[in-house]
Write a protein that binds this ligand. Sequence first.
Ligand code: 3PG
Length: 311
Amino acid sequence: KARTVLLATEKAFAAAAVTKIEEVLKAANYTMKKLENYKSKDDLLAAVGDADAMIIRSDIVDQAVLDKASKMKIVVRAGAGYDNIDLKACEGKGITAMNTPGQNANAVAELVFGMMIVSARNNFDGTSGFELVNREIAFYGFGAVARAVHKLAQGFGMKSFAYDPYIPADKIKEMGAEPVSTVAGLFEHQYVSLHVPLTDETKASINKDLLGKMPKGGTLINTARLEVVHEADMLEILKTRPDFCYLCDVAPKDIEPFKAAVGDKYGKRLIFTKKKMGAQTAEANDNAGVAAANQIVGFFEKGETRFSLKA
Ligand code: 3PG
């Protein structure tokens, strides 16, 4: 049966990835419809009406979008985090939702190290920085992304620690990281890297009680979601602790107070990317985009539901 698949990406994939996605869909006799770099939700609302399936990134899929999507059977988030999809609303409409876990993990891991090195080398300002070898990094959440960072950390000669409520300690040990039994225990190490989803439980959970425990030169790396970190507490820590660093993939709406808190140490004590950049590589675009297209074809042609998400 001919199907129409809407590729709705407010932040577009690389053109080569879009070509590959289209090839997968064409081979199944499906039509791809593109809505890239759209500026308003109305554009999305107008585009979903004739689509049987949809590939998205961080695009918001809520009740309003689903109400317009009368033919929609499946939404695939080309990426890991799915806090942008209203799963209950999908369930209510009988629409399957999926993600593509792991497909962009390496891209995020490389960005983590990119930011760590820029900071450790004082944003290349000519002064003496420090090396990462022998330093400690602790992971909050030990899924695909954290494990990819851990692999690079091992190459750098760092020591890894991890806490994940869903992974037993012996499994963490098996993977070469030291298990930590509480979230607070992570914050005894110089680097803490966040790899938890945004949920009611994790929202604003990284607060001054935790951040205040970090040793000298404490550095929080956030390639998860901005909202996991308590914004006002982070600002306070940056103002009161001149040794503290925050490396974050995606900026808050108002970055000025943060920039003011670190002054000329922007790039050293504070890094904000312009848009969420973790998954913005040619490879990650290919991997996640093509996986999403294959999952849609598998769903329609073979009834495959692996990677479907539960509300
Ligand atoms: C993810 O959850 O996969 C990443 O945050 C990537 O998000 P993006 O597709 O919006 O860049």
